[in-house]
Design a protein around this ligand. Structure first.
Ligand code: ZN
Length: 314
């Protein structure tokens, strides 16, 4: 179920994902991020007993395949050969999951063939875009418990359609590791959680879920749990009517410096509808088999709390 090298055109279709049937409690635990943001509008954006927003439009990618790129600089704290695999694995785990109908979810990921240089969240309403995964090696701009480990910025339309998502990893404050021994802050575990936000999921109150709000330093959590699969397969069922269009709105950008006009920076962005562009970006190749995909405004660092102390938020 993991993908190893990035360059593989298809992922090994393994999947031994266990049954998705959780307990009734677990089944109800997952939450979707919506266009109604309690932190911005606590009066109107109410939550249910699971902590899920009950207002607003749930976020979702409209296409069945979403592109993402890794900033070519990666991080100076880990060698590239140990960094790319965990990042790819994290995306592949969501993509290669098997839903209760025996099929994969209707969302897959592809990567641009061209290298991308971008280390800021950006969502450009007037030009090409890139869904970027990047490390912050020297400075982590988010304060407080939110975003201690990572931050995912999702940009969407008012109907909940996601059109850009950027994932920042905090290498400045945390010693990231990739081995299953001597674990400090496991890179794949952290990114696996963030990819859940990337596709529109919010935190779950199920303590076993990858989408639970915190990570215990020293732990490894690289496998989606029943609650995560329930979320994934509910939002992106194999039967969803979605086509594969991985080209970002406005075209595929190969840098963010040149496309920062009108962008968000990890905070709310009042998005304006923009015509879907196809300004000849670089072609994309499949990271894995393709499945399905949509856009809105926002995002923010998300956090997690996990059972034991100490915990770190992400
Ligand atoms: Zn989170």
């Amino acid at each position: 179920m993991r993908v190893a090298p990035l360059a593989r055109p298809t992922l090994a279709a393994v999947l031994a994902v266990a049954a998705l049937v959780g307990t009734p409690r677990a089944a109800a635990a997952f939450c979707r991020t919506t266009t109604c943001r309690p932190e911005k509008d606590p009066e109107n954006c109410k939550k249910d007993t699971n902590g899920c927003s009950t207002k607003g439009n749930p976020l979702i990618w409209p296409t069945s395949c979403v592109s993402f790129a890794m900033d070519k600089g990666l991080t100076r704290f880990l060698p590239p050969e140990l960094t790319i695999g965990p990042l790819a694995n994290a995306f592949a785990s969501w993509q290669e999951a098997i839903c209760p109908d025996g099929k994969k979810p209707s969302i897959a990921f592809v990567m641009p063939k061209e290298p991308v240089s971008c280390s800021e969240p950006q969502a450009n309403t007037n030009g090409p875009n890139v869904n970027i995964v990047f490390f912050r090696d020297d400075f982590w701009p988010y304060r407080g418990i939110d975003g201690t480990l990572a931050s995912t910025t999702v940009t969407y339309d008012t109907d909940g359609t996601i059109w850009d998502a950027d994932l920042a990893i905090n290498a400045a404050s945390n010693p990231l590791t990739t081995s299953t021994t001597n674990v400090k802050y496991d890179l794949e575990s952290i990114v696996l959680h963030e990819v859940g936000h990337f596709i529109g999921l919010n935190h779950s109150d199920n303590g076993e879920a990858v989408m639970y709000s915190s990570y215990s330093p020293g732990s490894v959590s690289r496998k989606l749990q029943a609650d995560d699969l329930k979320a994934l397969c509910t939002v992106y069922p194999s039967t969803r009517a979605a086509t594969c269009n991985p080209t970002p709105r406005g075209g595929q950008a190969t840098s963010c410096e040149a496309t920062s006009t009108g962008s968000s920076s990890g905070c709310a962005l009042s998005s304006e509808p923009v015509a879907a562009g196809t300004t000849g970006g670089p072609s994309l190749f499949a990271l894995g088999s393709v499945a399905t995909l949509g856009l809105g405004m926002l995002l923010r660092p998300r956090r997690r709390h996990r059972r034991a102390a100490p915990s770190s938020h992400r």
